[in-house]
Design a protein around this ligand. Structure first.
Ligand code: HEC
Ligand code: HEC
Length: 331
């Protein structure tokens, strides 16, 4: 077992066996379809898939211990800092970081956290100010997790940041690919949430259940399969709530056994099911404390709520098509 070799998880070894499969990494050459939507899109066929470091290579010192604690926090977030957390109550729900940052941020294009430590401090449109990496961790705690910020000087925050830095320490953007979420090619397409209901029935319901509430294991304070909507899921206005972002994640990672290069869904099916899951007309989810952007000019095109810097409707921004919106923004 590579990556997890020296980690132990509280209460159960279930995750260790589940993640055994996820911890097998393959190096392969990748040739790209050609379009570029963001920095995660691979442009060259000379890049190789990043292989994250192995925790067994860590020394038995304070740094090594902190990295390992960070990995455990990513894996069993709610156990430590959830509503009934052993280290304090910070999260408002019992989702874990690894529910969305797959394999603790170490899965290729599984919302991985490889370039993250290099990318901060960074200006973020969402807050209209410069954020440190700790602020960014707290964003995910406040938004998808509906929580309250971890103290910046807490052991837990230090562990998250140290883990993230360690995870991406050998990542070189001129040599590697695999960071973040690879964006789908949504050109000329829109999301049809009604068609998405059928995709859900066929490809998602078996794990996330008919009511979208997933499967929860109370003995571990963890989801076997996390909720996709409802009061225990991520908030309105979090990144996963945006249809393009969510469809990109789903296309490359769901059903859970899929790898980015062998998707099961078509791009259209991913867009449709992302619209179904995230539709504010079909499903409720926690309302964001501050679901808006301070500056509409820098709002992502697929954000669900106006005001926008153009005249397109909230419906079109949310469900597409996005071509005219992008063309207008370029002017
Ligand atoms: C409901 C899903 C979800 C959960 C749960 C979640 N995140 Fe995130 N996180 C996201 C998405 C989506 C992004 C944005 C990725 C993008 O824009 O490509 C993100 C971004 C981030 C980033 C910034 C990455 C970068 O390179 O800029 C960090 C750091 C982060 N998350 C940490 C965490 C931590 C730590 C936890 C657990 C406490 C967590 N997240 C839980 C969905 C989630
Ligand atoms: C085989 C079971 C399985 C199937 C089928 C499946 N998922 Fe998942 N899904 C998971 C698991 C498990 C996670 C959490 C990842 C982890 O903790 O390793 C997850 C995470 C997610 C997440 C991010 C976390 C959250 O709760 O928001 C989304 C979004 C998601 N799945 C959507 C879908 C969609 C849409 C489909 C159908 C196309 C689907 N999944 C099919 C098991 C599954």
């Amino acid at each position: 077992m590579r990556f997890l070799s020296s980690l132990t998880y509280p209460k159960s070894s279930f995750w260790v066996s589940v993640l055994f499969t996820g911890a097998l990494f393959f190096t392969m050459f990748y040739s790209c379809g050609g379009h570029t939507h963001d920095s995660t899109t691979v442009a060259k066929d000379t890049l190789v898939e990043y292989q994250p470091p192995d925790t067994s290579s860590l020394k038995d010192d304070a740094y090594g211990a902190l990295v390992k604690y960070g990995a455990k926090l990513m894996q069993n977030t709610a156990y430590y800092i959830g509503p009934k957390g052993t280290q304090g109550s910070y999260l408002g729900n019992e989702m874990t970081c690894t529910n969305c940052h797959l394999d603790r941020g170490a899965k290729t294009f599984g919302n991985s956290l490889y370039t993250t430590h290099k990318a901060y401090p960074q200006f973020r449109a969402r807050e209209n100010r410069v954020l440190t990496i700790s602020d960014r961790v707290n964003n995910c705690i406040e938004r998808p997790h509906s929580g309250i910020p971890l103290p910046l000087d807490s052991k837990e925050m230090l562990a998250f940041v140290t883990y993230i830095q360690w995870l991406g320490k050998d990542y070189d953007e001129t040599k590697h690919y695999g960071h973040g979420i690879k964006t789908i090619d949504y050109k000329g397409k829109r999301s049809n949430p009604e068609a998405g209901a059928l995709v859900y029935e066929k490809h998602c319901k078996s794990c996330h259940m008919a009511d979208g509430q997933g499967v929860y294991d109370s003995t571990r304070s963890a989801y076997v399969n996390p909720p996709l909507w409802g009061k225990y899921s991520y908030q309105e206005g979090s990144s996963m709530h945006r249809v393009i972002k969510s469809a990109s994640f789903i296309y490359h990672n769901m059903p859970r056994t899929v790898t980015w290069d062998k998707p099961v869904l078509t791009v259209q099916e991913a867009l449709d099911v992302a619209g179904f899951v995230n539709s504010y007309l079909i499903h409720e989810r926690p309302k964001g404390k501050d679901p808006n952007y301070p500056d509409p000019r820098v709002k992502p095109i697929d954000y669900f709520r106006g005001p926008y810097n153009d005249t397109f409707s909230a419906y079109q921004h949310t469900f597409g098509p996005w071509d005219d919106i992008e063309a207008a923004a370029r002017k």
